[in-house]
Design a binder for this molecule. Structure first.
Ligand SMILES: Cc1cc2nc3c(=O)[nH]c(=O)nc-3n(C[C@H](O)[C@H](O)[C@H](O)COP(=O)(O)OP(=O)(O)OC[C@H]3O[C@@H](n4cnc5c(N)ncnc54)[C@H](O)[C@@H]3O)c2cc1C
Length: 238
């Protein structure tokens, strides 16, 4: 028989799985609404991918958000999300954390142009709003308590961690990221968690990718931004 170590004995109202930009924002928002919140991150630190965004400068928003920028079978949902939390709300959220933003050709950056500063204010926000943060906490399985929820158990979901620990919570927010840059922690394992809970996952496809080519001189161009036109010709060799 296996004895699971439970963390802590009490239950949470909200458990957020994934300590990236989305998870930290969700956890701060839940905690500010008064929920006892825990944030679980598999890496030993939060926000690894966030540090890479915008070449380390963190382009965290866009002044000109339009419906036509998004592609979805369910545009009503996309629009409803943007209407509830658009550019102004993003600016206000970061201002509430003490972060001022600046705009360059419609792109929003922290005034310092440092992604590390964005991560710092999010981490301070978690601390200030008393969110519990567990790092090194890889969530392997999420079980719903089903018919017995709220009766013989203190909560509706049991989160099973890779190291054997278990955690009880009333609500779960999955913020495990996609599959891009798996070295940062978001390796697509969140899709399996979502599927196991009955969600439908549309097959993910890469949308913004590197171009690889054999010419060595291109390496010097890595990271250089310029406006221009590119033509791609398929090679004969296939
Ligand atoms: C090189 C690069 C440059 C980019 N530049 C920009 C940019 O300039 N502007 C922009 O808007 N976006 C940019 N992006 C995209 C942006 O970084 C992502 O959209 C954003 O970080 C996604 O945040 P997220 O919180 O959804 O996911 P992530 O940041 O991927 O966070 C998910 C977290 O969940 C954790 N996790 C996953 N599974 C589990 C599990 N089972 N248990 C526990 N934890 C788990 C992961 O370790 C990870 O920390 C860039 C991305 C890359 C790779």
């Amino acid at each position: 028989m296996t004895f699971w170590k439970t963390i802590p004995a009490d239950k949470y109202e909200v458990a957020v799985v994934g300590g990236g930009a989305a998870g930290m924002t969700a956890a701060i928002t839940a905690a500010r609404a008064g929920a006892r919140t825990v944030l679980l991150e598999r890496n030993d630190r939060l926000g690894r991918k966030l540090l890479m965004t915008g070449n380390g400068k963190c382009n965290l928003g866009n002044r000109d958000l339009k419906r036509s920028d998004y592609y979805s079978d369910d545009m009503a949902m996309a629009v409803s999300v943007l209407e509830r939390f658009g550019t102004e709300e993003t600016i206000a959220f970061f201002a509430s954390l003490g972060l001022l933003l600046k705009e360059k050709r419609g792109y929003l950056y922290p005034v310092s142009e440092q992604a590390a500063v964005v991560l710092d204010v999010l981490r301070h926000g978690l601390e200030r709003d008393k969110t519990e943060v567990l790092t090194g906490a890889l969530v392997r399985e999420i079980r719903q308590k089903g018919e017995n929820a709220g009766k013989d158990s203190p909560a509706d979901y049991v989160l099973q961690l890779q190291d054997g620990r278990q955690l009880w919570t009333e609500r779960v927010i999955l913020a495990c990221g996609g599959q891009a840059a798996p070295g940062t922690g978001s390796d697509g394992s969140g899709y399996a968690l979502a599927r196991a809970l009955g969600h439908t996952v549309i097959a993910p496809v890469p949308s913004l990718v590197q171009l690889h080519c054999s010419e060595k001189y291109c390496r010097a161009l890595a990271g250089v931004r310029a406006e221009g036109a590119v033509r791609i010709y398929p090679s004969d060799s296939g």
